[in-house]
Design a protein around this ligand. Sequence first.
Ligand code: AMP
Length: 143
Amino acid sequence: MPTYKRMLVAIDLTEEAPQVLEKAKAVCDAHGAKLMLVHVVEPVGYAYGGDIPMDLSELQDQLDKAAREQLGKYGEQYGVGREDQVVTVGRPESEIHRLVKEHQVDLVIVGSHGRKGFQLLLGSTANGVLHGTECDVLAIRIH
Ligand code: AMP
């Protein structure tokens, strides 16, 4: 059976993230693969449109910083070094597609659904990742 060498686990930093991380870590260890931990910060402009006449860059920086801190904690807990912790800004599915290509990832691991997709069989991010990723995708069932 071919083994995976480079895995990417995408987490949304909600209380469900550990469910995804636990399994990702187990699958990764079983394959002796390297794990990359990714969180995509969505641009604040998306949420507030262009209507508010204020500089959102400070808020964006704070979100970015908070995400890095949280990822750092998970990294320590699940044995993923700083060099494999990635925080980027953009649309989660597009950023994940890009990182898969850039880092020759052969398995992407996401939660089956989270904040955005909890009424769907497969959440919107999981679905978006599946369509357009050039490698295998594992969706961890969120309870
Ligand atoms: P959702 O699209 O909210 O249903 O989320 C489903 C899964 O997609 C989550 O469990 C994560 O694995 C992943 N995901 C959602 N949002 C993000 C994000 N901003 N950054 C990284 N992964 C995400």
